[in-house]
Design a protein around this ligand. Sequence first.
Ligand code: ATP
Ligand code: MG
Length: 415
Amino acid sequence: MLPLEARRWRHIEAHVHAILRSFAYEEVQLPLLEFTELFARGVGEATDIVEKEMYTLADRDGDSLSLRPEGTASCVRALQEHGLLYNQTQRVFYSGPMFRYEKPQKGRYRQFYQIGAEAFGFDGPDVDAELIVMGAQFWQALGISERVYLEINTLGSGGAREAYRQALVDFLTPLAAELDEDSQRRLHTNPMRILDSKNEHTQSLLVDAPRLPDFVDADSQRHFTELRSLLDDFDVAYRINPNLVRGLDYYTHTVFEWLTDDLGAQGAVCAGGRYNGLVERLGGKATAAAGFAMGLDRVALLHEVVHQNAPSEAVDVYLCYGGEALMSAAQQAGVRLRAELSKQAAEPLKLRVHMGGGSFKKQLKRANASGAKWAILLGAEELNNNELTLKNLVDGSQQTLSEAALLMQLLQPNN
Ligand code: ATP
Ligand code: MG
């Protein structure tokens, strides 16, 4: 990750983390390696990830370990192991690299980066809506909301899910020979994933297949209707896509995906849903759970479509001082101002104090070269009066102010 790209990533990550924190989600940090067994159980034997995408190795004891292909299983494992799921609620997020052995192409890498959020102990549609609304806020904050759209679906739960699965298998079995190779295999392991197939012929066979919405149970239907009405209240637009599935037994009710048409085949930038069956499957007590994982690589590509230049890392404020005797006072003013600025914003203005002395004229040249919009001048007179001079480097205007008044100027929204 070279500097320009890293800069864009940090920018995205800072916004996303700030929004997650504003919803009072707390960070957890998870290991890169786990026992392979965790993913086999927690992601599912019959998934692409476990069947063919994991980086698996034997350690010196012969234990099978895998580089994490995703974060949810680890997250459940960690909270479970430390007694943080039983009889309580949790809202957490994680971020970091994930590893999958895939065919690398634009937006699809073998090491990629996810930011994920998970909420435990809430079974209502309000938390599903919260997770979706957070996503909408990410795109808004990053200026890419015009480029992404939301698809949602409900998978139902319990017997209804099972009945649908069976109906799908009954429908597809006579057509098995015509299915693509992956789908033929899934017919026996994970039939609902066939709905996800990217093969055109398989998709054409599915046109007359039984439809998931016709099977969904009344409870799920109610959950879904409430979620939709909440999304309407929040003005979050969506499409219902009855073929959107996460084909694993422990997914229940809501599934959703944020998609874009700007990245070719790699259209999903964020995917999530409710997985009320997972905690129990990993050895815990049945616990309601919902979450999502956002693919930062794809979000960064999309960000670049909209904002060609990486976000500026230029200095915002350049502090100059009149002569060696004021050097220490200037440094101290810099420390005080930065402390105040960083209280006010997730991405505070960047303030540099001039180093190396020289005349104001020379220092102002440096200030201009740094890209700063503002220069602050500290001369003997300012020091005596407990003031600073703020110079707007764009229009040349300047005023001498108290430190508090100067901060007010710097913090005006359009600065
Ligand atoms: P896809 O259908 O694109 O393979 P997926 O269903 O495997 O996606 P999830 O496991 O739901 O993806 O992961 C959540 C998000 O992580 C995806 O929506 C995507 O943005 C991102 N992602 C998944 N795999 C990769 C990858 N190999 N490279 C880059 N981003 C990825
Ligand atoms: Mg995949």
